[in-house]
Write a protein that binds this ligand. Sequence first.
Ligand SMILES: NC(=O)c1ccc[n+]([C@@H]2O[C@H](COP(=O)([O-])OP(=O)(O)OC[C@H]3O[C@@H](n4cnc5c(N)ncnc54)[C@H](OP(=O)(O)O)[C@@H]3O)[C@@H](O)[C@H]2O)c1
Length: 250
Amino acid sequence: MTEQRIVLVTGAGSGIGRATAERFAREGWRVVAIGRRAGKLAETAAALTAAGGLCETAPLDVAEPGAMAELATRVAAEHGRIDALVANAGIAYAREAALETTDEDWNETLRINLTGVHRSCTAVLPHMIARGAGAIVTVASIAGQVGMARRGSYGPSKAGVIGYTRNLAIDYAPHGIRANAVCPGFIETDINRASLAALPREEYAALVAKHPLGLGRPEDAAAAIFFLCSDDARWITGVDLSVDGGFTAW
Ligand SMILES: NC(=O)c1ccc[n+]([C@@H]2O[C@H](COP(=O)([O-])OP(=O)(O)OC[C@H]3O[C@@H](n4cnc5c(N)ncnc54)[C@H](OP(=O)(O)O)[C@@H]3O)[C@@H](O)[C@H]2O)c1
């Protein structure tokens, strides 16, 4: 069995997922970096290799039936362990209210953001149950904790992730498995760079001002994710942790 701990990180090719993968590598873990674009994963892999923490890259769609399960089975067979999963992959297609949300947007957002999390978690659970230990962190959003304008599909998908994670925490605690959701506030990444840039200056300023500590960085979310996967969080399960510079404190 591999001695180093192994974590699967979805959406590891950019943003919060890449920062998370790098954080785990720096902490001595080996990382399976997952995402659809091989080119972006290769960039992450270079950083992980430098830190001595690359396990492998896995270009796949987390919502595709069987894709995550096949990967997890292979990783568990090769290395004898899967210590943690960070179910971070997500999309935010459109910023629309319910009436403007198309079926295509609704279905694809739910498919990736919620079904993708479900498939990722059910892929690793049997292997964690077999070892009687494991930590899962899902990446939801403040948009799943509080109401927000024009989040017709994204908000419900993230609220679903929080509810899903609570249920995991209850059902799998007897197997030594913890499950928590991290809910970031606004962090400028690929997912929102264009929509943030398109905001009128006053709206952007108001959004920043809603975060008493200002906008965050991918590393801020990564720190919370790492903590929740670490032994320091051994008595924490079923929480949705806002990592939002105070956005939800108002
Ligand atoms: N940035 C924020 O302000 C913020 C706030 C709250 C929550 N979040 C959440 O944080 C998570 C990470 O987002 P980010 O901000 O880091 O944006 P990002 O840079 O766009 O990262 C999203 C990652 O998910 C991957 N991905 C998307 N669909 C996938 C699929 N079907 N299968 C596998 N990988 C997939 C993308 O890579 P590929 O396209 O190559 O697959 C990408 O690397 C998301 O769940 C997002 O909703 C972000």
